[in-house]
Write a protein that binds this ligand. Structure first.
Ligand code: NAD
Length: 291
């Protein structure tokens, strides 16, 4: 293949979704008597987490979702967090609860995630919502994989019958995405750090998704000409001049010469993840009127 891949512009699509959500909130608010509300629980001062939380709060503000989150000191205990989650679960004016990960090591994230009311679990990580995904039942879906599915759908890239290769098997991205792709009738291969012959497996993909957290893991010779390549990786690298920038897992410049479609970093999956968080919050808000 010659030429350049089309760019799967997550930033533009997210902006469009923001407008749709703003309109939906304007319609629903008179009936609900309040705006939707999202509670983000952030513990400690991890700089990357702080910037993600700020980004989520700014996006909420843009579409008319109230942020009622809490920023807690690093020494917050498991019990204190459980109490906060319990209070947000009971609060009828809160539609979504999100725990910003990673948590400091003294806290048990899995136990806390399980305590969130599954109808307010806007990150889609509660065991009940993951179970609903396994069974292809209606439920809140994890934001990053749901954002990838939206990005593909918006460009009329249908996974039906296609070989989808996902590099990464995390509970946050790889596993739920594999299930969403199966539910969308793809033939799915999940590769990971112990996979042998990754290059050959990747080359067999019609849709290749890199979610490993390794810069330049996917090179042009690993991509089938005409494939769709989605880059989930978010890696902060510092160049010779000391300047930091974000790069994905894909060698963008060279893969762009081979692939038909390619998502950039930044501006691809990242903005879609935030858009799906807002979407989930509005979904859970709307379900109070139309269960
Ligand atoms: P993780 O560390 O939990 O999982 C990484 C996965 O990649 C593991 O399953 C591991 O087996 C696999 N892996 C690692 N090195 C590999 C290699 N050399 N070959 C094959 N497989 C390999 O990470 P995660 O939470 O799933 O996130 C993955 C990446 O996606 C990270 O860079 C993260 O920052 C990014 N991310 C981005 C968004 C977004 O919104 N853009 C959201 C979530 C995660």
């Amino acid at each position: 293949m010659t030429g350049r891949a089309g760019i799967l512009d997550g930033k533009a699509l997210a902006a469009q979704l923001h407008i749709e959500l703003t309109q939906q909130i304007e319609t629903l608010q008179p009936q609900m008597g309040r705006p939707p509300a999202l509670a983000v629980l952030m513990v400690g001062d991890n700089p990357a987490s702080l910037s993600y939380v700020r980004g989520k709060e700014r996006a909420c503000e843009k579409v008319g979702i109230a942020s009622v989150g809490k920023h807690l000191p690093a020494e917050t205990t498991q019990l204190e967090l459980e109490k906060l989650i319990h209070d947000f679960n009971q609060d009828e004016t809160v539609d979504g609860i999100l725990i910003q990960l990673p948590l400091p090591s003294h806290l048990d994230a899995v136990a806390l995630l399980s305590q969130i009311d599954s109808d307010k679990d806007v990150d889609g990580l509660h065991p009940l919502n993951l179970g609903r995904l396994v069974r292809a039942e209606v439920g809140l879906r994890s934001c990053t994989p749901a954002g990838i599915m939206r990005l593909l759908a918006a460009h009329e890239i249908d996974p039906t019958g296609k070989h989808v290769v996902i590099i990464g098997r995390s509970t946050l991205v790889g596993k739920p995405l594999a299930l969403m792709m199966l539910n969308a009738n793809a033939t799915v291969t999940v590769a990971h750090s112990r996979t042998q012959n990754l290059e050959a497996i990747a080359r067999g993909a019609d849709i290749l998704i890199a979610a490993a957290g390794h810069p330049n893991l996917v090179t042009a010779d690993m991509v089938m000409p005409g494939a769709t390549v989605i880059d989930v990786g978010t890696n902060r690298i510092v160049d010779e001049t000391g300047k930091a920038r974000l790069v994905g897992d894909v060698d963008f410049d060279n893969v762009q010469k081979v692939a038909k479609w390619l998502s950039p970093v930044p501006g691809g999956v990242g903005p879609m993840t935030v858009a799906m968080l807002l979407y989930n919050t509005v979904w859970s808000y709307r379900r109070k009127l139309h269960p």
